[in-house]
Design a protein around this ligand. Structure first.
Ligand SMILES: [Zn+2]
Length: 339
């Protein structure tokens, strides 16, 4: 693409953008919305773009993982099950974890009250292999309690966990609105961003949720992130294969109330089930064996079992990664059967 095409191009997840120019700066061209610019964009780390005419407000952040920049071997950035684990950039021994600008950003981004503050901005995640080539990976959202501290050989650093939305296209129209300070009111904002900042709880997120008072916006964010994450890998109800997302529930295997924060967002602690099969699973009327076979409660009548499309002993492949949590579910199921 030439410079002009890049300036007009939408950001499509997992698309690699190339610049034809002799001395190209692809990210800079890509993020140029009107006359905005992006400073030193080829290096890894955070690049912040400011709102036009307001040097104090951020429009959005670009988080770039560059393969040119060497980080200590023990630090790495990985994407697993829709979760990005990103190591901060402090490598100076005996300094505060917030020694670097990048780590100061991380601290701010993960602050508990961030959604109530005015300093909330979208983060676009890129992977760069050279000045010429850059891949847009997706919009990323900080996970609840997603910032951990680490210490090695006197070096204090952060390890940050983000959920990456790899489905949503970021349009130039939205970027332009952000540059003009319309981060809340843009009609071009993608759904995942609106969900993130909005106050309304969608009706069906998680069956367990009925038992939990939505304490803060962050609770809701967790639910949204959990559901989105699961839907990236599980496209339909495990049991009946129904795919209409309005009928699908991100069901925690280990109950929400029993789960630690990390477990609440762990993609292996969730199954996508339709409303009916979620209820059966949630009420301990079905579970899965250690080999992935369906176990049906004795308390269900033969008619109900048939009507619900359940086949006791039917094998469901691919459940191995979920077994850690399924073991806990089976225990509760067994206790319930004995009552
Ligand atoms: Zn179903």
């Amino acid at each position: 693409m030439n410079e002009k095409e890049l300036q007009k191009a939408d950001l499509v997840p997992n698309v690699v953008y190339q610049n034809d120019k002799k001395s190209p700066n692809t990210l800079s061209a890509l993020l140029k919305t009107r006359d905005a610019y992006c400073s030193s964009p080829v290096q890894g780390g955070f690049r912040m773009l400011r709102v036009e005419g307001n040097s104090k407000r951020h429009a959005f952040l670009a988080l770039v993982v560059s393969q040119d920049v060497r980080k200590p071997a023990s630090w790495n950035d990985t994407i697993n099950g829709g979760i990005l684990t990103y190591d901060g950039d402090n490598d100076t021994p005996n300094t505060d974890v917030k020694f670097t600008k990048g780590n100061k950003y991380l601290d701010k981004i993960f602050a508990d009250d961030r959604l109530e503050s005015v300093d909330v901005y979208p983060i676009m995640f890129f992977k760069s292999t050279s000045k010429r080539e850059i891949e847009f990976v997706g919009l990323c959202f900080p996970l609840v309690n997603g910032l951990e501290k680490s210490e090695k050989d006197g070096v204090h650093n952060f390890r940050a966990n983000f959920y990456i939305d790899q489905k949503t296209v970021v349009t130039k129209a939205w970027l332009t609105d952000l540059k003009e300070g319309r981060w809340k009111s843009s009609p071009h904002a993608p759904q995942s961003w609106t969900d993130y900042i909005c106050d309304e709880m969608p009706e069906i997120w998680d069956a367990d949720h009925a038992m939990v008072e939505p304490r803060t916006v962050l609770t809701r964010t967790t639910q949204i992130v959990f559901r989105r994450g699961l839907l990236q890998t599980q496209k339909s109800c495990l049991i009946c294969q129904i795919t209409d997302e309005r009928l699908l529930i991100a069901s925690h295997i280990k109950r929400w109330v029993d789960s630690k924060d990390r477990e609440k967002v762990d993609p292996h602690n969730g199954l996508i089930l339709c409303a009916l099969h979620d209820r059966l699973f949630d009420r301990l009327l079905i579970t899965f064996s250690s080999t992935g076979d369906l176990i049906v409660s004795k308390s269900l009548s033969r008619t109900t079992v048939e009507q619900a499309g359940l086949i006791a002993g039917k094998h469901y492949p691919g459940l191995e990664p979920f077994q850690h949590y399924l073991r806990i579910h089976r225990k509760r199921f067994d206790t319930n059967e004995r009552l």
